[in-house]
Design a protein around this ligand. Structure first.
Ligand code: NAD
Length: 387
C-alpha cells in the first residue's frame, strides 16, 4: 500500500475447459468476487467461445477487492502482483486474460508489461484488451456493444421490426452498456432509460447517450482517476428513477449490462419488456429464465449476445501472433462476418426445433466441444494398446 503496509487480496484464475484451444477470459476486480463466481464465469466463457466458433477454451480470473478504494499506484501494484502470482498459468497457447468488470486497457497494459518483464521478451499475444500502443486492437473497446447491437438488428429483422419502433432501457451504463446505447441511438433505436449503480434516468422522447457519457466522465478526467465515480443521476434535466423502476419499465427491449442476477425469481414477474438482451454475463437467473419464457418474454442469451468482446480479443491475439495491425474497418468487418454467421445458425436452430435461443446457443456450443472431445480419441484405444 502507499503507506508501506502489506495487504493481501484473494485472487483466482480458473481454466474451465481447454479442449478447443487455450483458455480465454477476463479478469474482474470486485469486492464480491469468489471462487464460485470465477468458476461460473469460466464456464460461460467456454460456452461463448464455442458458440461463435473461436479456437479457444474458457477461463476467467478475479481479485476480491474494492478497486475504487485504492490509489492509482496501489492498483498498479495489485495488477502486477496478480501476474506475478499466475504468470506460469498464462500465455498465448495456454490461457489469455482480458478486461472484465472494473478492469480496462490501462490495467491490461500494466499486466502485459509485467508478463513481458518476467519472460524477458515481448509476448503481446498473452493478454488482450491492451492499449493500442502496446499491441491492442482497434475496435476492441466498443466490440461488445457493437456485437450486441448486431444480434439485436438480426433479431428485429426476423421479426419485421424497424429500430425506430423499438423503445430500449439499458441497465448498466459502463463500457459495454455505453457503446451499445451509443450505437443503438445512432441506428435509430429510442433509448428511453439508462442506469448505473447509483440510480437511473428516464426520457420518454429518447436520451442521447454520448453527452451523458461525456458528462459522467468529466469528473474522472478532472481528477485523473482510473475509475469514474460520477453517475448518470447527475443529469439535472431528466427524470430520475430507481434501479428497480428501470427493470419494471414498459419497454420493447430491456438491456441488462451490469452484473449477474439482475433478474431473479424475486423480480421476474415485474418485468414488462417484451424481450431481454443479456449483455452482462448471467444477468437472468435460471429460475427467472423459466418464468420469463412461460410469459413469452424472449431472452437473447449472453453467450451469443456479448460475444463481440471475445471475438475482437481473438482478432487482437491473431494480429499479435502474425505481427500486423489492422484498421478499425477491417476489425469491424471480421467481427460482423463471424457474428452474422454464428447468430444465424442459432436463430435457425431455435426456430426449426421450437426451443429458446439459449437452448439453441448451448446446443451449438456443446455440440462443438463434444466433437473436439470425440476427435481427441478414446479410452478404449489406450486400454486395448496396453492389453
Ligand atoms: P463496467 O464496470 O464498465 O460497467 C458496469 C456498469 O454497471 C457500471 O456503470 C456500474 O455502475 C453499473 N452497475 C453496477 N450495478 C448496477 C445496478 N445494480 N444497477 C444498474 N447499474 C449497475 O463493466 P463492463 O465491462 O461494461 O461489463 C458489464 C457486464 O458485461 C459484465 O457482466 C461483464 O462481464 C459483461 N461483459 C463485458 C464485456 C466487455 O467487453 N466489457 C464483454 C463481455 C461481457
Amino acid at each position: 500500500m502507499d503507506d508501506g503496509a502489506l495487504q493481501f487480496f484473494p485472487a483466482w484464475r480458473i481454466r474451465f475447459d481447454d479442449t478447443r484451444g487455450p483458455g480465454k477470459g477476463g479478469i474482474r476486480f470486485h469486492p464480491d468476487v469468489s471462487a464460485e463466481e470465477v468458476a461460473a464465469l469460466s464456464f460461460w466463457m467456454t460456452i461463448k467461445c464455442a458458440v461463435v466458433n473461436l479456437p479457444f477454451g474458457g477461463a476467467k480470473g478475479g481479485i476480491c477487492v474494492d478497486p475504487k478504494a485504492l490509489s492509482r499506484m496501489e492498483l498498479e501494484r495489485l495488477s502486477r502482483g496478480y501476474i506475478r502470482a499466475f504468470h506460469d498459468l498464462i500465455g498465448p497457447d495456454l490461457d489469455i486474460p482480458a478486461p472484465d468488470v472494473n478492469t480496462n486497457d490501462t490495467i491490461m497494459g500494466w499486466m502485459a508489461d509485467e508478463f513481458s518483464r518476467i519472460e524477458r521478451r515481448q509476448v503481446p499475444a498473452a493478454i488482450t484488451g491492451k492499449p493500442l500502443g502496446l499491441g491492442g486492437s482497434r475496435g476492441r473497446t466498443a466490440a461488445t456493444g457493437r456485437g450486441a447491437l448486431q444480434v439485436l438488428d438480426l433479431w428485429a429483422e426476423r421479426r419485421g421490426k424497424t429500430p425506430e419502433e423499438l423503445r430500449v432501457a439499458v441497465q448498466g451504463f459502463g463500457n459495454a452498456g455505453y457503446h451499445f446505447a451509443r450505437l443503438a441511438h445512432e441506428r435509430g433505436y429510442r433509448i428511453v432509460a439508462l442506469s448505473d449503480s447509483k440510480g437511473a434516468i428516464h426520457g420518454n422522447d429518447g436520451l442521447d447517450p454520448d453527452p451523458i457519457w461525456r458528462h459522467k466522465h468529466e469528473t474522472r478526467e478532472l481528477k485523473g482517476m482510473v475509475y469514474c465515480d460520477a453517475s448518470v443521476c447527475e443529469e439535472a434535466e431528466v427524470e430520475q428513477l430507481t434501479n428497480d423502476d428501470l427493470l419494471a419499465m414498459d419497454v420493447d427491449v430491456l438491456v441488462l449490462a451490469a452484473l449477474e442476477d439482475a433478474v431473479t425469481e424475486r423480480n421476474a414477474a415485474s418485468v414488462n419488456a417484451s424481450m431481454i438482451l443479456e449483455i452482462a454475463n448471467g444477468p437472468v437467473s435460471g429460475a427467472a429464465d423459466e418464468l420469463l419464457s412461460d410469459r413469452g418474454v424472449e431472452v437473447l442469451p449472453d453467450v451469443l449476445l456479448n460475444a463481440g468482446g471475445v471475438i475482437v480479443s481473438h482478432l487482437e491475439w491473431v494480429q499479435n501472433r502474425i505481427g500486423d495491425i489492422w484498421s478499425e474497418e477491417e476489425v469491424n468487418q471480421r467481427l460482423a462476418g463471424r457474428l452474422a454467421r454464428e447468430a444465424e445458425l442459432c436463430f435457425n436452430y431455435a426456430e426449426e426445433n421450437s426451443v429458446t435461443l439459449r437452448t439453441a446457443a448451448y446446443t451449438q456450443a456443446i455440440g462443438r466441444i463434444a466433437d473436439a472431445m470425440a476427435h481427441q480419441g478414446t479410452r478404449e484405444y489406450f486400454n486395448s494398446a496396453s492389453a
